[in-house]
Design a protein around this ligand. Structure first.
Ligand code: NAD
Length: 480
């Protein structure tokens, strides 16, 4: 069985004391690798290495040279995309059809932000004082702790690492305990690209040990976190003690809103991919489907027909549409929410049960599930399930749609399906979310800012402005 060591200061090493933990393939239910279980001493060694790198070759390198290293890394990401995708599928059970495209795309973050590295500039500021010259410098924050979840480990790392490197920071990464392998494989590419030692370090382990030690470390200047709102709140609280910088990308309960004037077939497909892609385990899942009453019946008929045809199976098989749930706690949580919805009086019109799949020795499949008769105050409409469970709510008009859509604690994303440009513009203004998709769903890119309103997070990732999340400005005054 394969064992994955930590990656610290440009070298692989076992965890202090040699401890490991198991990582399972959710499709087979079998342990496929052992992962080094880092300790506080390992976290300290990684942060110290990252801190030394700031003062070494990396810290004195020109921004152009930094950008070139990132371009090389981008090429290597593409070259190794298929292997990295296979590792992620083995570890998190997402479909190869989805992950293959995703890992190929990851290089673009490093290319885009690599190009930005030598375009980060300060300003000469005209002052009100005579005989003095004032300018600003844009400087890195220092060592950035990056903590990622299990659903898209390398993509969500790229959203943090690419702008952080462009700005000249160094990083210590803690991937999810459920999906650590791909990040440790990615670290090899970093070395091959020619980055100085210590610029990237990976310490694997659990949130409560390695994650907590990293967040509390004196030399960590910033925490860039993606995960649940509950963990985000805990990290934010701990970071506040030391006044550390924080960006948080958290959960969602995103509405997918279909008006009667929409292209209904396109909207059905958007609703399906919105909730069932990645088995519903995405922060942007369109887990509340808001349907205008006049089209509800027609829409539901077609929606159920398409959802029923979804093929559950081996994530490695190109023909599979829905894979297993990734982790045992998540599997339990999804089934609990199905029971909660039933208990609240919602009507289960599709699925609603665990199931098994021929060929799989794992036990974590849940049928694509749709509830109608949902009221927005029900827990199934308010809380993130993070699974293939759709709550359908109907509305009368635009005002009611906006009221329901905004009446949740989260504010990550929303979909709007309409043929009216006026309505599209009105809705995009009125929805309290970080991303609005009109007549499409799930589009994300390195070019565009992504992040949450309300309980869905703080700060933005991707897009040119996200580099500011990893910079601080110094004002220099010189008497002339
Ligand atoms: P999680 O919060 O349980 O864990 C995320 C990471 O944080 C893991 O690496 C974990 O070990 C670590 N962690 C947990 N507690 C910690 C602590 N106290 N200190 C330091 N580290 C800690 O989340 P998860 O179950 O892995 O991921 C699912 C969640 O992530 C969902 O809520 C989903 O919506 C969210 N998510 C958000 C985005 C986004 O961009 N907004 C993207 C993907 C996933």
């Amino acid at each position: 069985m394969q064992t994955y060591d930590l990656y610290i200061d440009g070298a692989r090493r076992p965890a202090e004391g040699g401890r490991t933990f198991d990582t399972e393939n959710p499709y087979t239910g079998k342990v496929w690798a052992k992962i080094a279980h880092g300790t506080e001493a390992d976290v300290d060694a990684a942060v110290e290495a990252a801190d030394r790198a700031l003062a070494g070759e990396w810290g004195t390198m020109t921004a152009t040279a930094r950008g070139k290293l990132m371009m090389r890394l981008a090429d290597l990401c593409e070259k190794h995309a298929a292997d990295l995708a296979a590792t992620e599928v083995r570890d998190n059970g997402k479909l190869l059809a989805e992950m293959g495209g995703q890992t190929r795309y990851i290089g673009e973050w490093y290319r885009y932000f690599g190009g930005l590295a030598d375009k980060i500039q300060g300003a000469v500021i005209p002052t009100d004082k005579k005989g003095i010259f004032n300018f600003t410098r844009r400087e890195p924050l220092g060592v950035v702790a990056m903590i990622t979840p299990w659903n898209s480990p390398l993509l969500l790392l790229a959203w943090k690492l690419a702008p952080a490197l462009a700005a000249g920071n160094t990083a210590v990464v803690k991937p999810s305990e459920f999906t650590s392998a791909s990040t440790l494989e990615f670290a090899e590419l970093f070395k091959e690209a020619g980055f100085p030692d210590g610029v990237l370090n990976v310490v694997t382990g659990f949130g409560q040990d390695v994650g907590a030690a990293l967040v509390a470390h004196r030399k960590v200047a910033k925490i860039a976190f993606t995960g649940s709102d509950a963990s985000g709140a805990r990290i934010y609280q701990r970071a506040a003690q030391d006044l550390k910088h924080v960006t948080l990308e958290l959960g969602g309960k995103s509405p997918n809103i279909v008006f009667e004037d929409a292209d209904l077939e396109a909207a059905v497909m958007g609703a399906i991919s919105g909730i069932f892609a990645a088995t519903g385990q995405t922060c942007i899942a369109g887990s509340r489907l808001l349907l205008q009453r006049s089209i509800k019946e027609r829409f539901m008929e077609r929606l159920i027909e398409v959802a029923k045809a979804a093929k559950m199976g081996d994530p490695m098989d190109e023909g599979t549409n829905v894979g297993p749930i990734t982790t045992p706690p998540q599997y339990k949580k999804v089934l609990e929410y199905i029971d909660i919805a039933k208990g609240e009086g919602a009507t289960c019109v599709l699925g609603g049960k665990p199931t098994s799949v021929e060929g799989s020795t794992g036990t974590m499949f849940v049928e694509p599930t749709i509830f109608t008769g949902v009221r927005n105050e029900m827990r199934i409409a308010q809380e993130e399930v993070f699974g293939p469970v759709l709550a359908v709510i109907d509305f009368e008009d635009e005002d009611e749609a906006v009221q329901i859509a905004n009446d949740v604690d989260f504010g990550l994303a929303a979909g709007v399906w309409t043929s009216s440009i006026g309505r599209a513009l009105r809705m995009s203004e009125r929805l309290k979310v970080g991303t609005v998709w009109v007549n499409t769903y799930r589009a994300v890119s390195y070019t565009s800012p992504f992040g949450g309103y309300k309980r869905s997070g703080l700060g933005r990732e991707s897009g040119i402005e996200s580099v500011n999340e990893f910079l601080q400005t110094k004002s220099v005054w010189i008497a002339t």
